[in-house]
Design a protein around this ligand. Sequence first.
Ligand code: SF4
Length: 65
Amino acid sequence: MRIELDRNVCQGHGVCQMTAPNLFTLSDEDGLAIQPSNPIAPEFQDEGRLSVVSCPERSLRIIEE
Ligand code: SF4
């Protein structure tokens, strides 16, 4: 499983960081989310899925492999 972030859509709300703290941080430079490392480790996939459905801008998507 992969998660792809569209930084052109991201608005830096940080909901991803709150819902998936093991996967997301916000950039100190522009305040937007940083693309998590792929593939997503099995133990972090549940929080990853939660972050994708919780993102208010729909800037995250899952790619199942
Ligand atoms: S929740 Fe979505 S829009 Fe907000 S910082 Fe995370 S990826 Fe960006």
